[in-house]
Design a protein around this ligand. Structure first.
Ligand code: SF4
Length: 352
C-alpha cells in the first residue's frame, strides 16, 4: 500500500523519523525540506485494498461505530505503522481529528502541533510555520525553496484541472485522484511529477469526452469508490472538485505564509463559497453535488451552501464507509441528472 512512497533513501532527521503523517493539507514544504516524507493518512486508508479492515481495527479498539469513516480509517492507517509522527492540526481541520490524534498520542505516537488561525492572521500563521520549521530542523528560507519546487508539480496539476473543464479531456475521477494527492505529492515529489507529466502527455492526445452535463463536486473528498464512475454513466461529468483543487494551492503568491492564507479549506466557509461561485461561473457548471460524510460536523455547511450558491440545482449526497454507491443514492443521482437534462433542453442551452 505504500507503493507511492520511496522513503528508504531519505535521510533521517535529528529525531530519526522518516514518514510524517498528515490528516489534511499542511505546509508540506517544511517536511520535504527536512528530508522527510509527508504521508496523507486519508490517502493511505482509502486507496488500500483492505480499507474496511482499517475501520474494523478502529472499531475493535473502541472508536464509536457512529463516528466518521475517515477518522476510523486514519486511525487504522496510523496504527498499521504507516508513519513515524503526525502533524496534529488543532485548528483548521476538524474537531474529530483533534480527539483522534490525542488517542493516537496516548498510544505513543509523537505529534507535531500546527494550527491555522481562524481569522487568517498573517503573523500568527507565520509563527506556526516557524514552530513547525524548528520542530523539523529547517528554516523558513528552506521551506520557501521547496515551495518553488512543489509549484512546478502543482503547475502540472493545474494544467490537468484546466484540461478537465476547458478541454474536456480528463474524467472527474482522474481529476479527483491526481489533485487530492497534492496534499502529500504521494510522499515522493520526483516520482509524482513524472506521473503527472506522463498523464498530461496522454490526456492531451485524447478526444474530448462526450458527457453533456457539467457538475461541481464540493465538500470533503468522497469515501465512496464508484461515485464519479456512476455519474459519468448519466451523461454527466464532474468538472470541478472543490477541495481537491484547494489541495493544489491554486492561488499564487511568493510569500509562503500568504499562500497558506489563500488556501480556503481551513478557514471560514465564506471564502469557500466565493471560490465555488467563481468556479461555477468560469466552468459553465449546470449543477452542484455537495458530498457530506456521515457523522461529520461539516454536514452543517450544507445550509450555507444552499443559501449562498444562488439558484443553481443542488444535490446533497452522503457517504459512510468505503463501499460502492447504494441503490437509493444512485436513484437520487439519476433523478438529479435527468432534471438537469430537461432543464438544459428547455432552455435550449448547449452543454459542453
Ligand atoms: S469527514 Fe468531517 S469529521 Fe471526518 S475527518 Fe473529514 S472533516 Fe473530520
Amino acid at each position: 500500500m505504500t507503493a507511492g512512497l520511496r522513503t528508504e533513501s531519505r535521510p533521517f532527521n535529528r529525531v530519526g523519523m522518516k514518514r510524517i503523517g498528515i490528516t489534511t493539507t499542511v505546509p508540506s514544504e517544511f517536511i520535504f525540506a527536512a528530508g522527510l516524507a509527508p504521508v496523507d493518512l486519508n490517502n493511505i486508508f482509502v486507496t488500500d485494498i483492505n480499507s474496511s479492515g482499517f475501520i474494523e481495527l478502529a472499531e475493535t479498539e473502541g472508536l464509536p461505530r457512529a463516528s466518521c469513516g475517515w477518522i476510523k480509517g486514519m486511525y487504522g492507517a496510523a496504527r498499521a505503522g504507516m508513519v513515524d509522527a503526525i502533524v496534529a492540526v488543532s485548528d483548521g481541520d476538524c474537531s474529530h481529528t483533534r480527539t483522534l490524534l490525542e488517542i493516537i498520542q496516548s498510544e505513543g505516537m509523537p505529534l507535531i502541533p500546527f494550527a491555522y488561525p481562524y481569522d487568517r492572521d498573517h503573523s500568527l500563521l507565520r509563527k506556526q510555520m516557524e514552530k513547525l520549521a524548528a520542530w523539523v530542523g529547517v528554516s523558513m528560507e528552506d521551506a520557501e525553496k521547496w515551495m518553488n519546487r512543489l509549484d512546478s508539480i502543482r503547475s502540472k496539476l493545474w494544467e490537468i484541472d484546466r484540461l478537465t473543464w476547458e478541454e474536456n479531456r480528463v474524467t472527474g475521477f482522474e481529476n479527483h485522484l491526481l489533485l487530492v494527492n497534492g496534499s502529500d505529492m504521494e510522499g515522493d515529489p520526483d516520482r509524482f511529477e513524472e506521473k503527472c507529466g506522463r498523464f498530461l502527455e496522454e490526456a492531451r492526445q485524447r478526444p474530448a469526452l462526450p458527457q453533456q452535463l457539467r457538475l461541481a463536486f464540493i465538500g470533503v473528498p468522497p469515501i465512496i469508490g464508484d461515485l464519479y464512475e456512476f455519474i459519468e454513466t448519466l451523461n454527466a461529468r464532474v468538472v470541478f472538485n472543490e477541495v481537491q483543487r484547494q489541495f493544489t494551492l491554486p492561488f499564487r503568491s511568493d510569500d509562503i505564509v500568504e499562500r497558506y492564507l489563500l488556501y480556503t479549506y481551513p478557514y471560514d466557509v465564506f471564502s469557500r463559497i466565493r471560490d465555488i461561485k467563481e468556479e461555477i461561473a468560469k466552468r459553465d457548471i449546470h449543477g452542484v453535488i455537495h458530498y457530506v460524510q456521515s457523522f461529520c460536523h461539516r454536514q452543517m455547511e450544507d445550509v450555507m451552501f444552499r443559501k449562498h450558491l444562488g439558484n443553481i440545482p443542488f444535490l446533497t449526497v452522503e457517504g459512510d464507509a468505503p463501499q460502492k454507491l447504494d441503490a437509493r443514492t444512485k436513484l437520487r443521482l439519476e433523478s438529479f441528472c435527468e432534471m438537469l437534462s430537461l432543464k438544459i433542453s428547455a432552455l435550449g442551452r448547449p452543454g459542453c
